[in-house]
Write a protein that binds this ligand. Sequence first.
Ligand code: GRE
Ligand code: ZN
Length: 259
Amino acid sequence: ININWGYHGDHGPDKWSELEPICATGEEESPIALETNETISAELPDLEMKGYDKHPKEYLMQNNGHTLVVSLKDSILPSVRKGGLRSEYIFRQMHFHWGETSEEGSEHVINGKRYPMEIHLVHYNKKYGSVPKAVSHRDGLEVLAVFVEISDEANQVFEKMLSNLEQLISSNSAVTLPGDSFVLADFLPIDKNFYRYHGSLTTPGCNQAVFWTIFSEPITMSEDQIDQFRRLLDHENHPMSGNFRPLQRLYGREILRSF
Ligand code: GRE
Ligand code: ZN
């Protein structure tokens, strides 16, 4: 995929279809607005997460020009299954979407509310072996989406994550973090109630390959902490903030809830 896309102006979301027609024509695109009372209560089993509490040797953090990406530098393979999923999905990377101000930033909208940030934990279906292979299958990816709300208290997990952010300000930069800094489970809410629907990547090529799991309870960080994210620069040396895709139409899709 061409790196020549962004969120504003000439390369913004309404131009993405010049790279990938499906971005405009797809009928299972993401993100969407969800209204709890229009979702279907499905009594889905709990999600089963393996390795979410394990420390890797190191974390790799990268500014890829579109977002901040966190991945693991060794062979622990956290995974998720159950929760109504028909397969096991292996963790690949975690990344972030956020706003210029805390009035917006999340991609999904719940009961009319936009959160200041949304975290995506991207997993690929074990039977396809990698993200690039998985994106051409309807059941290729599982993304856990976690909303972030602002609180007065700094979140110690993000404090560690953000400690080297200076070195990630420009596009195409990377740093490593010690493996004992945090675990993936630290980025999940305690209450694991979730919504589930079928949709797409929210970046080009917009592949309709994602079973979305959207936790209803947010986690928190302080305004100072989200301001750290807002200092990052994108591939055009512009502020990266506002890296969320506009809402997409539902086209009659059903949205389940686990509660
Ligand atoms: C993204 O780039 O934002 C993305 C992925 C994979 C799955 C979902 C998603 O890279 O939103
Ligand atoms: Zn994303």
